[in-house]
Design a protein. Structure first.
Length: 425
């Protein structure tokens, strides 16, 4: 009889590349969650005078306050211990954390030596899943060559060579929307999309799942978005070849118009959106976090037997969101009738907070000239009682808050990270 083999489950260890806004807040999330028993953070360079400076960088935050108070309240005590300066070892709230400070190229980071299977890439520099791991400038796939089995990018993929398509082993996932599409046998390179895509997806999904609102004719959105580190504190010179000169204007005292890829990314995580003419833009404002999506939709309205449009109004839409919130066990969508301002919702653990008091609709008719419809056979046109058809439509303006840093995006990225790791083991 063959001797039975005994396998011991590996200790869950998370790798984080980068200690910028999302990198640090990802660390915060997992320190509070305590699913991973050890965390390895790669900064790729020395920071300040040593590990004490890195500890202070981790502990204090101008938006959310000190880590210990953020996690445990105003009476909490500091809990970061420096264990080994040279080895980059510290203990944070009981969790061993190692800081790697040698390599910026993902392929050279010692994930294999550290026992890391899963890496969250947060630098924003490695976004192209088509670049080979040995590229001299570094690549997202370099993490796999360095020993990780899986890498999650904390931003949408951006393929430089437009002749190439997304590889079969790469997938964009938003937790609570399409994260169950992850296949640990097929996927190695993942994207957690963006903060705006995460919020927008959770706003749109309940509408597409309801018969009263699933006929979306047109859609557009603007995100009134908090400042990010990609913007200039004071006016500065743009990089060579930069076309958008507004990015280099001071965010301290300007409202700045810019672009967003949220609509394109939304069509990836919710394929039905591809059939909708969706436009998106971003308006940057000088706040530190908490952003707002203003979503404009046009629905085709069904008709009553008497020829009047079937009523689809604000109450209908708010009820759809209230039902979606009630059946959501993780409270990813929150419906609010409070009169919120942005600072009220900073840090709130929700993908989106629907601002029910501000949602509103208007029903009207639009005249469609059938002669303008491409490919319509002449005999069909002649058989119509009139060349113009009056179509009832409902215009809706909907509002959704999201903490673009911690509460909405980083928490959903953390949910996705834990989900993926559980599928891997």
């Amino acid at each position: 009889m063959a001797k039975a083999e005994v396998f011991e489950a590996k200790k869950p260890i998370l790798g984080i590349n980068g200690l910028g806004r999302i990198g640090k807040l990802t660390l915060w999330h997992h320190l509070g969650r305590k699913y991973f028993q050890e965390i390895i953070v790669n900064t790729g360079r020395e920071i300040g005078t040593g590990l004490e400076a890195i500890a202070q960088r981790i502990e204090y935050d101008s938006t959310y306050g000190p880590l210990h108070r953020f996690l445990y309240g105003i009476r909490a005590q500091r809990f970061i211990e420096i264990l080994d300066e040279k080895g980059g070892k510290m203990r944070i709230d009981g969790i061993p954390v190692t800081i790697l400070r040698e390599s910026r190229n993902p392929a050279e980071i010692k994930w294999r030596d550290q026992g890391v299977d899963l890496v969250v890439e947060t630098t924003g520099k490695f976004r192209d899943p088509t670049i080979p791991p040995d590229d001299k400038g570094g690549a997202l796939r370099g993490h796999l060559a360095a020993g990780a089995r899986m890498v999650i990018n904390s931003s949408p993929f951006k393929i430089k060579n437009k002749a190439l398509s997304t590889p079969d082993d790469a997938v964009m996932l938003v937790y609570g929307i399409n994260h169950a599409a992850f296949d640990q046998k097929a996927h190695q390179v993942l994207s957690g999309a963006s903060c705006t895509t995460t919020c927008l997806a959770h706003m749109v999904k309940p509408l597409l799942e309801n018969e009263a609102t699933d006929k979306i004719l047109t859609a557009s959105m603007s995100t009134v978005h908090a400042v990010t580190n990609s913007q200039a504190v004071l006016d500065s010179n743009p990089k060579a070849g930069e076309k958008d000169l507004r990015k280099n204007r001071s965010i301290l005292n300007n409202i700045i118009l810019t672009t967003t890829g949220a609509a394109d990314a939304l069509a990836v995580v919710i394929p039905e959106v591809k059939n909708i003419g969706f436009m998106a833009d971003s308006i940057r404002v000088p706040t530190n976090t908490e952003s707002l999506i203003v979503l404009n939709l046009t629905f085709q309205s069904k008709m009553n037997p008497d020829g009047s449009p079937l009523e689809l109004n604000t109450d209908t839409i708010n009820h759809i969101y209230q039902e979606a919130a009630a059946r959501d066990p993780e409270n990813l969508l929150v419906f609010s009738l409070d009169q919120n301002v942005s600072s009220d919702l900073i840090g709130m653990d929700a993908a989106v907070v629907i601002e029910g008091q501000m949602n509103h609709t208007r029903t009207s008719f639009i005249d469609i000239d059938c002669a303008w419809i491409p490919g319509l056979p002449p005999q069909t046109l002649s058989s119509l009682p009139a060349s113009c058809l009056r179509v009832p439509v409902v215009h809706a303006k909907l509002f959704g808050w999201y903490d673009n840093e911690y509460g909405s995006y980083t928490n959903r990225l953390g949910d996705l990270t834990v989900y993926v790791h559980k599928q891997m083991v």
